[in-house]
Write a protein of this length. Sequence first.
Length: 151
Amino acid sequence: MPYELNALIATDELITVVAAELPIARVARLPHGLALIPMTDELHHALQQPSTAPDYDFKRFPSGFAMRIAGWSKAAPIAFAEIDAEHPTGRRAALWYDGRITLGPLTPADGAPLARILHDLGAPATGLQELADALDALCRATPENPAPPGN
């Protein structure tokens, strides 16, 4: 079944702060104290700003969004990642910290972008598969087949 997830990923604490600024954002909790906000069509539209800032070749990266992520990253690391059925370990991912990109954008040619980002966000090496499985379950969730509780 095809799926695609474009999302902000950070600690639960930072994602809670981001979600408070973006009332239409939906938060999904992940294992190991992480959480994500999917880039829905509604959120993408709300975040569009005229800008010449780069989109880093992401598919669903609102114009001007890099400046917002850079601002949030001054509090803690935050990532933007794209995952799909063809690239379950990440199509593209980048990590911002202290106002700038510190890792990426990574592609499958760089290894497993999602694993590298999750590691840099503090997920233990032994928990990376658990996180990847939780993300996969979120991506595949439908109203008829929801993601397992806790996700």
